[in-house]
Design a protein around this ligand. Structure first.
Ligand SMILES: Cc1cc2nc3c(=O)[nH]c(=O)nc-3n(C[C@H](O)[C@H](O)[C@H](O)COP(=O)(O)OP(=O)(O)OC[C@H]3O[C@@H](n4cnc5c(N)ncnc54)[C@H](O)[C@@H]3O)c2cc1C
Length: 376
């Protein structure tokens, strides 16, 4: 088949690589608006469950992918200056640029063709393709072109984010909550390479305005955030990579395909980064779509229906959990009075997917501390 993929992110490249590996006869072209090696962002986290999908789908890629990962088997919640450790929460951390590089190399090795610096706003430009995969991210132009058909819902959430990096190494995934005179600032931080950590700052819009961040330049904002988290950052500052304030959009679509076009990854559905699972979901989409083609051959409509059947429920479940997680962060003011252990407990239970017993199994000492406080 002739397959054109719009967008060279994790979804588009992983799908292309898997398709070519399963049938080298396909002609696959990826159109990416950015030049090769351009990327935003710092590191991304993968849970052990997420990694297990990748290992099963392609052990060769998996081995290359995890080679440089940072790992830690506990996480930390920092509240009122107290570091509460939560054991048996395994996260593997990777640099986004390395993930994209490994995917690109594997795609090229399989014979996938790339056109970098080529933006596709109109699927009509891809005349002659049997299948068009719209893997062009959260602001998908192809989805917009056929919005009447896909019927996307795009919900803009209230909190503000700025995605920084830092040379301060946060070995465990560390969630830092800091009360200031203007309100609460939060940082999601973790080491993802030998030298660098991700440092994502989150703040509600009222606090953001009271702190004057609405009128500051990007450089002033960066320095302001450095001052808020100075105790944790030590002598290291925050590093910027197009680190501007943004709001999270939650995307979902009533229809997943239209004619020979199918949506994939963030274009199809975004999962808020407080769950650290958007890349994982995008790559799971890629696996499911490739498997659907293996089952249905060149019957494109049957493959699209199969793909949707495999993915719609888990996609919706994840978005439900993400919505609860978002609510938790957006209402953080109500939680700040809790002592550090009860606060960490509340955090772990926020999506409703982790029970008291699950927590006890993971970290009995932590649950014993919580129970002692609750009883008192
Ligand atoms: C702050 C932040 C932190 C995150 N942390 C994590 C995390 O820890 N773990 C995790 O799993 N996920 C995380 N994510 C989510 C993750 O980045 C996305 O879910 C993932 O990148 C989705 O992959 P994708 O391929 O669908 O889209 P993208 O990665 O957005 O890739 C889309 C590609 O398409 C290109 N493109 C767009 N429009 C066009 C066009 N018209 N023509 C040609 N090319 C186009 C873009 O340049 C881009 O390269 C985070 C996201 C953010 C914003």
């Amino acid at each position: 088949m002739k397959i054109d993929v719009v967008g060279g992110g994790p979804a588009g490249m992983y799908f292309s690589m898997l398709m070519k590996k399963h049938d080298p006869g396909h002609r696959i072209r990826i159109f990416e608006q950015n030049p090769m090696d351009a990327t935003y962002g710092w590191g991304v986290v993968f849970s052990d469950v997420a990694l297990s999908f990748l290992e099963k789908a392609d052990p060769v890629f998996y081995k290359k992918f995890i080679a440089g990962h940072e790992r830690c088997d506990y996480m930390e919640i920092v509240h009122k200056g107290v570091h509460v450790q939560l054991k048996n929460n395994h996260f593997s951390r990777a640099s986004r640029i390395n993930l994209l590089k490994t995917l690109r190399e594997e795609c090229l090795a399989q014979g996938v063709e790339f056109e970098f610096g080529t933006r596709i706003d109109n699927a009509g430009k891809l005349d002659g393709a049997d299948v068009i995969v719209a893997a062009d991210g959260g602001n998908s132009a192809i989805r917009t072109q056929f919005a009447q058909h896909f019927q996307p819902t795009i919900e803009t959430r209230r909190n503000k984010f700025a995605w920084y990096g830092t040379r301060q190494l946060f070995h465990p995934v560390s969630l830092i909550f800091r009360e200031t005179e203007h309100g609460v600032f939060m940082a999601h931080s973790y080491q993802y390479s030998k030298e660098l950590s991700t440092f994502l700052v989150e703040v509600d819009p009222e606090t953001w305005r009271r702190a004057g961040l609405d009128t500051m330049t990007d450089e002033e904002s960066r320095r302001y955030c450095e001052s808020v988290f100075a105790p944790e950052l030590g002598s290291n500052g925050l590093l910027s990579n197009r680190s501007i304030w943004f709001n999270a959009n939650v995307v979902s679509n009533a229809k997943w395909s239209h004619g020979n076009i199918v949506l994939l990854g963030d274009a199809l559905r975004s999962v808020h980064f407080s769950l650290g699972s958007g890349t994982r979901m995008a790559m799971q989409d890629a696996i499911a779509l490739q498997e659907a083609f293996t089952r249905n051959g060149s019957n494109v409509q049957a493959a699209f229906a199969d793909f949707e059947g495999q993915r719609r429920d888990s996609s919706s479940n994840f978005q439900e959990a993400a919505a609860k997680s978002l609510d938790w962060y957006e209402n953080i003011g109500e939680k700040m009075g809790l002592d550090p252990v009860s606060f960490a407990y509340d955090y772990m239970r926020r999506t409703g997917r982790v029970s008291h017993d699950d927590l006890r199994e993971r970290d009995p000492d932590f649950v014993a501390s919580y129970e002692a406080i609750a009883a008192a």
